[in-house]
Design a protein around this ligand. Structure first.
Ligand SMILES: C[C@H](CCC(=O)NCCS(=O)(=O)O)[C@H]1CC[C@H]2[C@@H]3[C@H](O)C[C@@H]4C[C@H](O)CC[C@]4(C)[C@H]3C[C@H](O)[C@]12C
Length: 325
């Protein structure tokens, strides 16, 4: 499972938890403006906005899992196994494969509105990156600095672009169903609830936090969608970058997956391999990994963005404990 959010405090932050049982060898990758993005069915994009994100680099091609461009547009691909459907190439359409979709949008859009315009003639097609790296069944969250976000889902019924009023995406079911399900939890509150259950009979509020008693806490995507929406909606805005980054990670950690809790095959467990968040104004990417809770950062603007060479940083996995004596 995965969870992606846009968090609108300070400059705004975009990122995700990547939950899986295997690691792909992903790194933090900066694609500068003059790296030539080749597309299978569209002309090469010679120049474009610079991108920072987490990707697997294969044959000098950055296969982005999530990323943010220098204009502050963020995009993440999350598993959508079952409903996801990609089509055959169609003449007259903008035929883009899922593995090309993040560069296609982040390379040329300054806002969610521009991304929406770009997608009016889009056909997400069933072309594999290679025989080893086949199509992934994904859907996507796209957000910008204003905090506005959309979800893109390609299913048997076609391409769907949904406004996302809560700025959260997890996995199945289809996005409209996830939104509808929120209605079941609308009384969940950080405050003490009013007793509408037993009018006239006082109940003993035995604990603090009783307003969130009904909040789901499972590893499943529906539970995470509700829990993350509640957590993010009530997340405080900090006064500094440090405070906002700290709040951002606490917000995502509400739905991270500890090893041992989500068995996807006998004795094989899905867990949160990494969490990342990019400042949408500065392009600095912050991340933690399962093995290393320390927040590490890579600044896009410290790289030469007028170049054609990818720049990669390994994700640091050694737990950095601050021994005080
Ligand atoms: C599996 C990842 C999504 C995490 C997620 O949603 N997990 C939930 C699993 S589940 O619902 O509980 O089954 C996705 C996100 C980005 C994907 C990768 C990116 O799309 C980049 C390439 C694309 C290639 O086509 C396949 C390999 C790949 C390297 C992808 C592998 C995998 O599908 C990734 C890593």
């Amino acid at each position: 499972m995965c969870t992606s959010i846009v968090y609108s405090a300070g400059d705004g932050y975009f990122g995700r938890n990547l939950d899986l049982e295997v690691s792909f060898g992903q790194e933090v990758v900066i694609t500068p403006r003059d790296y030539a993005f080749n597309f299978r069915k569209l002309p090469t994009m010679e120049h474009h906005y610079a991108i920072i994100g987490v990707a697997l680099v294969k044959d000098n091609y950055p296969l982005y899992f999530d990323g943010v461009n220098e204009e502050g547009v963020g995009m993440a691909g999350l598993n959508f196994d079952g409903p996801a459907h990609f089509f055959s190439v169609e003449d007259g359409k903008d035929n883009v494969s899922p593995f090309e979709f993040i560069p296609y949008v982040l390379g040329q859009c300054k806002s969610v509105e521009e991304a929406k315009q770009l997608m009016t003639n889009l056909n997400l097609v069933n072309i594999n990156f290679s025989d080893q790296l086949k199509l992934s069944p994904l859907h996507w969250l796209i957000a910008d600095r204003s905090g506005k976000s959309i979800v893109v889902e390609s299913t048997v019924t076609g391409l769907h672009v949904y406004d996302n009023p809560v700025g959260v995406l997890t996995n199945n079911p289809e996005f409209p169903q996830q939104l509808t399900n929120l209605a079941n939890y609308q009384s969940v509150s950080p405050a003490e609830p009013a007793n509408t259950l037993t009018p006239g009979i006082a109940l003993n509020n035995y604990s603090r936090g009783i307003g969130s008693h009904l909040l789901p806490g499972g590893m499943d995507s529906e539970s995470r969608f509700v829990k993350e929406t509640f957590t993010k909606m009530h997340a405080p805005a900090g006064k500094s970058e440090r405070e906002n980054v700290t709040n951002y990670f606490h917000t995502l950690n509400a739905v991270d997956q500890q090893k041992g809790l989500d068995e996807v095959a006998p004795n094989t467990f899905e867990y949160t391999i990494y969490s990342d968040g990019v400042n949408l104004a500065t392009g600095t990417l912050y991340y933690t990994t399962y093995e290393n809770n320390q927040i590490n950062a890579v600044a896009m603007r410290n790289a030469n963005l007028n170049s054609s060479d990818l720049v990669s940083y390994p994700m640091l996995n050694n737990q950095a404990i601050n021994y005080q004596n």
